[in-house]
Design a protein around this ligand. Structure first.
Ligand code: HSE
Length: 441
């Protein structure tokens, strides 16, 4: 059989990982699909940086769009990144030239996934993006193929290794946020702009793709509610720990009667839940299918080798002639994404208040919650040890504020929001209340 010819654009960490895999496992790959994989062109930003043994002798293209159009390859592998610009131009050029496309570009797909899927379908080619969500975890294939016959009720996960690493280190080593972020960057997990990670946007890109795959809707990144982990303090880590929870940055998408609730936010999960055990840079994705039940996939969400594994799996499918609609459902049948109102979210909440130390303040808090029909499961007034430590939440010591931790029974987000607005207006708190959803997983 004819060799499968690849053009690879982008030779950073992931591109280098793919070259390593194709060298190390090339013979195995050829053996299982019955055809050789051959790289017929490469392109990268800096030719001098990319020049090494793995690319020696392979035709070089300064322009990735030219590589995408070049008839020497049948598969265009896009590892450039970025939601627009050259990556988008090259992917479009490849699809229009009837090339199969394999990409790791979550930002591009979160923004233009529907149009690109339509273009791929029109040209009868594959648009595969396993590496775009949760690195080495085969979640796209799982949703597209293995669980394709299920109606998915909910999909959720820890989709950003940097955030999970930061929260884990804050928990286990009681180290400050900034310190741990620097370490994650040095380890190569964080995005070039780390606000993408800690602000929740990287998770939201991935959740936008999972939502479309799970619920048969058009990709709608702008319909996702996004909160990052910047507001999480040691006070939250300690208080939640003593109450039996861990804090995780979760992406959660649920199909409700009023639409799809898709949100990225810090969440409290029970310490003994499977997802609470997922620590460090590890990712996890859970899919709740109506016939399969809940399935949890855990593994490396980033890094050269796991990401290369996902890309090579996509190439393997193409080599075998397996072409499926990019978002499971053919694009003509993908529904518009109808957003559920987050105000109608129903669940329990954790609240941390910094309360002025004066008579009646605590009673006023409980009354304001009661006024909105919010029932309290527990209310604890305490000063965690680390609040005395140097560099710890200084506003608390300076204003003689008393930390108060509340766990509510289930209620609506609207009731919580309104109760906390009134509490702020009453002037009994020294700072904005912290509110985190408790996730029953
Ligand atoms: N910055 C991402 C993470 C890399 O931390 O998980 C993989 O998308």
């Amino acid at each position: 059989m004819e060799p499968l010819k690849l053009g690879i654009a982008g030779l950073g960490t992931v591109g280098a990982g793919l070259l390593e895999l194709l060298t190390a496992n090339g013979a195995h790959f050829a053996n299982i699909v019955g055809r050789e994989i051959r790289i017929t062109g490469v392109s990268a930003r800096s030719r001098s940086k990319a020049r090494d043994a793995a690319t020696a002798g392979i035709p070089w293209f300064d322009d990735p769009v030219a590589l995408a159009r070049d008839p020497s390859n049948a598969v265009f592998v896009e590892l450039i990144g970025g939601e627009d610009g050259i990556a988008k131009a090259a992917v479009e050029a490849a699809l229009n030239a009837k090339k199969h496309v394999v990409t790791a570009n979550k930002a591009l797909l979160a923004k233009h996934g529907f149009e690109l899927a339509r273009l791929a379908e029109k040209n009868g080619v594959a648009l595969n993006f396993e590496a775009a969500v949760a690195g080495g975890i085969p979640v796209i294939k799982t949703l597209r193929e293995a669980l394709g016959a299920n109606r998915v009720r909910r999909v959720y996960g820890i989709l950003n290794g940097t955030c999970n690493y930061i929260l884990t280190q804050m928990q286990t080593e009681k180290r400050p946020f900034e310190d741990v972020l620097k370490e994650a960057q040095a380890l190569g997990y964080a995005e070039a702009d780390p606000t993408f990670d800690i602000g929740g946007f990287d998770t939201a890109h991935k959740l936008a793709l999972l939502t479309s795959l799970a619920f048969g809707t058009r990709v709608a990144f702008d319909q996702i509610h996004v909160e990052g982990i910047q507001s999480i303090t040691q006070a939250d880590i300690e208080a939640t720990d003593s109450l039996g929870y861990r804090i995780k940055l979760l992406g959660v998408a649920t199909e409700t009667e009023s639409g799809i609730e898709a949100r990225v936010s810090p969440a409290l999960v029970y310490k003994d839940s499977a997802i609470a055990e997922v620590s460090g840079v590890t990712n996890a994705v859970a899919i709740d299918g109506d016939f399969s039940g809940n399935i949890l996939l855990v593994g490396a969400g980033a890094g050269a080798k796991p990401t290369a594994s996902a890309i090579a799996g996509d190439i393997l499918d193409i080599a075998r002639g397996l072409i499926v609609p990019p978002f499971v459902t053919p694009t003509a049948k993908l529904k518009a994404h109808k957003r559920a109102k987050l105000d109608q979210h129903y669940g329990s909440y954790y609240v941390r208040l910094a309360l002025y130390d004066k008579p009646g303040a605590m009673a006023a808090i409980a009354r304001r919650m009661g006024d909105r029909g919010v029932s309290l499961e527990s209310i604890v007034q305490h000063r965690p040890q680390t609040l005395h430590a140097p560099g710890a939440a200084s506003h608390l010591s300076k204003d003689k504020a008393q930390p108060v931790i509340i766990i509510t029974h289930e209620t609506t987000e609207e009731a919580m929001r309104k109760a906390l607005e009134t509490i702020e207006k009453d002037g009994n708190v020294t700072e904005r209340p912290q509110m985190i959803r408790i996730e029953e997983l």
